[in-house]
Ligand binder design. Structure first.
Ligand code: GLC
Length: 451
């Protein structure tokens, strides 16, 4: 019957059409009423980030099932691509599909300025949940005056090393400076190759033209006194001798202590090389908690051999100290969600679960300054707190907001072109400075000490 709605002007009188129309509405209303009596449970879709490692998935599934048992709300877990720039493209595309897009999204801390117009301000709905959060962390999820996401995972760049090899080659502690790392890497690499492990390298990191390179390179230059590309006072500082020297130093590693293929590595590539016994040192993301940035947890799945022989420490110091990039993601609710209440409940549930699991986690803290983990969680937290606070470098995403994507793409291309030898570093830095002025309109200035 719904296929033959009378259309005025097609042989039926106006009055008859109106009566039929009203009858039709009545039928729809009755049907609608019957329908809601045995209402389907609401399903929220969740764009979840993270590299799903084999033993991650059951834990995530059971968490989402627990949410459904407690609330009656079902969750549809959507797969995501590996790299953060691809994740951004996907999130942006799906948000444009309005109500057909995801209800809840995990968003990398750097994309809030880009995505915020499509995200709900969670400031009020979730205010009760905020007291335990590290205030600085909460602030990094604000964009354009609103809390566009609530911190969920926290990551900090750290250095992993082979405990067994360091001992074997007579080192009592992991390297504190890039100079020390180079010396140790050269020696261990030569020793392991002499034993027949011809493909062994000193140091693996992420040199592919992707955001992971931003994280590596900003660590090199910040530690050398070369600033963080764009400073907190919105000045462009990237074209300076310290930053240039730090890129040149990294270029020199390639083919010396790092494999030429490092230019194509992202996180999982370098992790695999390290876990398969192919390197002495590697840059990796360490996990920290949302309430206490200091406590590291090892976030990546490792095989048991790797777990036993891997140590973690802060990224080595350059001339003015060291720097580990702040990474991680927050949970956001789509402005277009037709299940906003249920979506907010999912965010609340997940952040509570995360805080709870952080509290019970005393695994794999950073081994600074020696080889041995501190005896208790609180002791370990204090040790690493000092280290991390001194060493956190934050990418200039809040300074550049919706333009951070362009800024990051320009920076990545520049550093990559230096590493491949396509452009000399001073020329590349000068061209990048011009490009950043064009993108942001910000003035040029020196790196700031307090950044
Ligand atoms: C990790 C970090 C994220 C960063 C990305 C780069 O996912 O959490 O902040 O942008 O790595 O690859």
């Amino acid at each position: 019957m719904f296929g033959i709605w009378p259309v005025p002007g097609f042989g039926i009188g106006r009055h008859a059409a109106r009566v039929c129309g009203m009858l039709g509405l009545l039928v729809l209303w009755i049907l609608g009423g019957c329908h809601s009596a045995k209402q389907e449970p609401t399903t929220v879709s969740y764009l979840r980030l993270g590299w799903s490692q084999p033993d991650d998935l059951p834990e995530i599934e059971s968490l989402l099932q627990q949410f459904t048992r407690e609330t009656g709300i079902r969750v549809r877990d959507l797969p995501v691509p590996e790299t953060t720039l691809d994740q951004l493209d996907l999130s942006r595309g799906l948000l444009k599909r309005a109500a057909a897009g995801p209800d809840v999204l995990a968003v990398d801390v750097i994309w809030l300025g880009v995505l915020q117009p499509d995200l709900v301000d969670l400031q009020h709905d979730l205010a009760d949940e905020f007291p335990p959060f590290e205030p600085r962390l909460l602030r990094s999820y604000e964009a354009d005056g609103k809390l566009a996401a609530v911190p969920y995972t926290v990551q900090v760049g750290v250095l992993q090393y082979r405990r067994d090899l360091l001992r074997e080659y007579g080192y009592q502690r992991p390297p504190r400076t890039w100079d020390e790392l180079e010396t140790m890497a050269v020696r261990i690499q030569a020793g392991e190759r002499a034993k027949g492990n011809k493909d062994f390298w000193g140091y693996v990191w992420q040199g592919a033209a992707a955001e992971a390179l931003t994280c590596n390179a900003i660590e090199w230059q910040a530690a050398a006194g070369g600033g963080r590309v764009i400073e907190s006072n919105r000045t462009i500082s990237v074209n300076n001798p310290a930053a240039i020297r730090s890129w040149q130093r990294a270029k020199h590693w390639i083919g010396w202590i790092s494999p030429p293929s490092v230019l194509a590595y992202q996180e999982l590539d370098s992790l695999n090389i390290f876990d398969n016994g192919g390197a002495a040192f590697g840059r990796i993301w360490g996990g920290a908690s949302t309430t206490h940035i200091a406590l590291f947890r090892q976030m990546h799945w490792r095989n048991s051999l790797a777990q036993r022989i891997t140590g973690y420490t802060t990224i080595p110091d350059g001339l003015i100290g060291g720097a580990g990039t702040l990474g991680g993601s927050g949970l956001a609710v789509s402005q277009h969600s037709s299940h906003r209440r249920e979506a907010t409940e999912l965010v609340r549930f997940l952040i509570r679960a995360q805080i709870h699991s952080n509290q019970g986690d005393d695994s794999a803290v950073v081994d600074e300054p020696g080889f041995h983990s501190a005896g208790s969680v609180s002791e370990a937290s204090r040790t690493s707190e000092t280290a991390v606070r001194a060493k956190l470098v934050i990418r200039p995403s809040s300074e550049t907001g919706s333009q951070y994507e362009q800024v990051a793409r320009a920076y990545i291309d520049t550093v990559h072109s230096v590493l491949t030898g396509e452009k000399p570093a001073p020329e590349a830095a000068a061209a990048l400075e011009k490009e950043l002025v064009r993108i942001t309109g910000f003035p040029i200035g020196p790196p700031l000490k307090e950044d």
